[in-house]
Design a protein around this ligand. Sequence first.
Ligand code: HEC
Ligand code: HEC
Length: 398
Amino acid sequence: MIEAVVMIALGQEVVFTDRQRRIIDRMSPPPALPVDTTNRVTDNADAASLGARLFKTRTFSASGAVSCDTCHVPWEGFDDGRKLAKGEGDGTRNTPTLLGAAHQRWFFWDGRADSLWAQALHPFEAPAEFGSSRTDAVRIMHDTPDLRAAYENVFGPLPPMEDLERFPAGARPGTPQWDAMTPPDRHAVTEAFVHMGKSIAAFERTIPFATSKFDRWVAAGQPTDTGLTQQERRGLELFNGAAGCRNCHGGPLFTDRAFHNIGLPEPDGSLPSDPGRSAGLAEARTHEFRAGGEWSDDPKGATARRAATARDGPEHWGAFRTPTLRNLPDTAPYMHDGRFATLAEVLAFYNTLEDQVRLDHHQEQVLTPLNLPPEDLAALEAFLRTLDDTPEKAAGTP
Ligand code: HEC
Ligand code: HEC
C-alpha cells in the first residue's frame, strides 16, 4: 500500500536535465537595467524624485482628475485592472504594467516610442489621457512651487510661463496658439517638456521588481525538494518545452521585447483592424521625440540606430509587443485589448487557437494548438503564478 503511494508520487515527479537546468538558470534573476544614453538624467536621483512627483500630479490633466498613477496604480501592479484605459476619454488599448517597463527597447503595445522618456510625453497631449498641451504642462509645473523648485534645481530656470501672450493656453503643435508663438518660445517650452519626460523616465527606472517565488527557487539552486511544487515544475517544463512559450516569453523578463501577431480573433468575427507594429514602427521613426531626433541626448547612438535599422515587413501588421509574464495576477485583464479576464482564458486560447485569424504572410508560424489536457493547463497556470512578487511588495501597500 505504502509502496503504491510512493510510486504514484514518483510517477509525477519532474526531473530536469542539466541542459534544462541551465536554461532555467538564465530565467532569473531579472537583469540590470539597460543604459539609456538618450537621456542624460536617466540615473539622476534628483530628476527621479521630480519624476515621481510629476507621476502623481493630477493638475496636468484637462479636468484635474487624471494622473499617470490613475491608470498605472502602484499597488495594483502599476496598471488599472480595466479592459481598456480610461482617462479624460476612452482609450482603445489595455494599460500595461510599468513593472519591468524600463527594460524594454520599444514602448507601447505597438512600440511607437523608442525611449522611455519619449513615451512619458505622449499622455500629456493625448486626448484620451490628459487631454492637455505641453505649454499648459510646463506652466502648471512653473506655478506649483515645489515642482518648480525641484525642476529648476536639476535643469535651471523655466521660461516666464506667467506671460500668457507669449505662452498661450492650449498651445501644442497643430494648434493656432502654437503657430502664434515665436520659434524660440516654442523651443523653450518643448525643451522644458522634454525634461519632464526625462525626469519621469528616471523615476520609472527606480520601480523595482521584487523577488518572486520562482526567483527564490532558482537562487537556491533549483532544489528538488522545496521551493516549487511538482505541479509548478510541470508547468515550467511545459513552458520551456512542449508548450513553446519560451520561444517568445523566454529569458528573465519573460519577453523577447519583440513583436508578434498571435492571430487573436476579433470578437465579432470581422478582420482585425489594429495595424499594431506596422503603424508603431512608422511612428517611432518619424516622431518628434525619437531617439535619433533633436531632443535626444545621443541622436547617433545605438538606440537611435535601432529604429532606423529595424526590419519592416508584412508580418508586422497586427503584431504587438510580447508582454512580460512577471506579476500576471496583478495585471489582469490580458492582451493589448484586455480581451481575456483570466489566465485560464489566455491558456484556453493557446490550447485550441480557436478562431485564430490567419492573414497570408502576416502570421506567426510558431504557434500550433497545444491540445494539452486540463491538468497540464492548470500546471502552466500554477507556474505562471510563481512569477508574481506581490507577497513581498505587500508591505508597501497603503
Ligand atoms: C488613461 C490611462 C493612462 C494614463 C493617464 C497614462 N497611461 Fe501610460 N499607458 C496607458 C495605456 C493604455 C498604455 C498602452 C497604450 C498603447 O500601447 O497604445 C500605456 C503605456 C505606457 C507605457 C509603456 C509601457 C510598455 O511596456 O511599453 C509607459 C511607460 C507608461 N504608459 C507610462 C505612463 C506615464 C509616465 C504616464 C503619465 C505621464 C501615463 N503612462 C499615463 C494608460 C495610461
Ligand atoms: C509567437 C510568440 C508567442 C508565443 C509562442 C507565446 N506568446 Fe504569449 N504573447 C505573445 C504576444 C505577442 C502577446 C500579446 C498579444 C496581444 O496583446 O495582441 C502575448 C500575450 C500573452 C499573455 C497576456 C499577458 C498580458 O499581460 O496581457 C500571456 C499570459 C501569455 N502570452 C502567455 C503565454 C504562454 C503561457 C505561452 C505558451 C503556452 C505563450 N504565451 C506563447 C507572444 C507569444
